[in-house]
Design a protein around this ligand. Structure first.
Ligand SMILES: [Zn+2]
Length: 281
């Protein structure tokens, strides 16, 4: 009897564990504004803009997410995806490009396409832009602006003018940003790019990762980038050595430096030291 109970308990636990694991990999879709949705879950947030002639996606997560993205889009529209705009080349934002290219067009900044090819990723976009471009479909306009370097050298700021909403890709990150120096990223460029972003008339922003932001969050993000740059500048002027940067940059008022496992502390500080040291040489 006890043995049977234990076996039953074990089977139940295994079932719960596998349900939890199954649930972890799942994507989800949520409404942002009329005609605009966001697909969340592992990988970059996807913007889903519905029109009367088809769907425009902003980013497409990893290659293995293609089927699930398609079924989530089908849950809010009967029409197919016609365009994908990549915010940048990283594989968690452009991973399903190759699958979408079978029946849709993928648009990205010229440098993002170059990065996709240089990094041997699949699904290079067939259409690129330099300063700005727009997709017009079913009476809806979706703009893509290049406002300078930041997360990489090929970040698009996607703007939905009728909805006063932007998709900032990884130029916006809820926890802490990754300055991808290996692909042309720059903290200095990032401040100026965020100022460019703030010239657009928006009240809502989809970040590359994390929950929706409002305009105030974007201003705060810009401010933290400026403050962190200034802090690193002061520290280097006071004689900071590269090896001490990770410890020295920590400050309770700077949330990015408090996220120990965040992309700022784990992947950006060393490069930031070099960037700022070079600036003030
Ligand atoms: Zn990225």
């Amino acid at each position: 009897m006890i043995k049977r109970l234990m076996q039953g308990g074990l089977a139940l636990s295994l079932m719960l564990i596998s349900l939890a694991l199954w649930g972890q990999g799942r994507l989800d879709i949520q409404g942002v504004k009329e005609g605009l949705y966001m697909i969340t879950g592992a990988g970059g947030n996807i913007g889903v803009r519905l029109t009367e002639e088809g769907v425009i996606l902003i980013d497409d997560k990893f290659p293995q997410d293609f089927e699930e993205i398609q079924s989530l889009v089908a849950s809010v529209s009967d029409l197919p995806v016609k365009y994908v705009i990549n915010t940048h080349h990283h594989g968690d934002h452009s991973g399903s490009n190759a699958s979408f290219l079978e029946f849709a067009e993928v648009v990205a900044h010229k440098n993002a396409r170059d990065n996709i090819i240089r990094n041997n990723q699949d699904g290079a976009p067939r259409i690129v832009f330099v300063d700005e471009t727009a997709v017009f479909l079913g009476g809806v306009e979706v703009q893509a602006h290049y406002m300078g370097t930041g997360h990489t050298n090929g970040d698009a700021v996607v703007y939905f003018p009728d909805l006063k909403t932007i998709h900032g890709g990884d130029l916006l990150h809820t926890t802490a940003p990754f300055i991808d120096y290996g692909n042309g990223g720059s903290s200095r460029g990032w401040v100026s790019t965020l100022n460019g972003m703030l010239t657009l008339d928006f009240d809502t922003a989809i970040p590359g990762h994390g929950p929706l932001m409002d305009r105030r969050d974007v201003v705060n993000f810009r401010n933290q980038m400026e403050t962190i740059r200034q802090r690193m500048t002061d520290l280097i002027r006071d004689g900071l050595e590269p090896g001490g940067a990770l410890d020295a940059i920590r400050d309770p008022t700077l949330s990015w430096t408090q996220a120990e496992n965040g992309l700022f502390m784990t992947r950006s500080v060393t490069g930031l030291f070099v960037e700022i040291a070079t600036e003030i040489e």
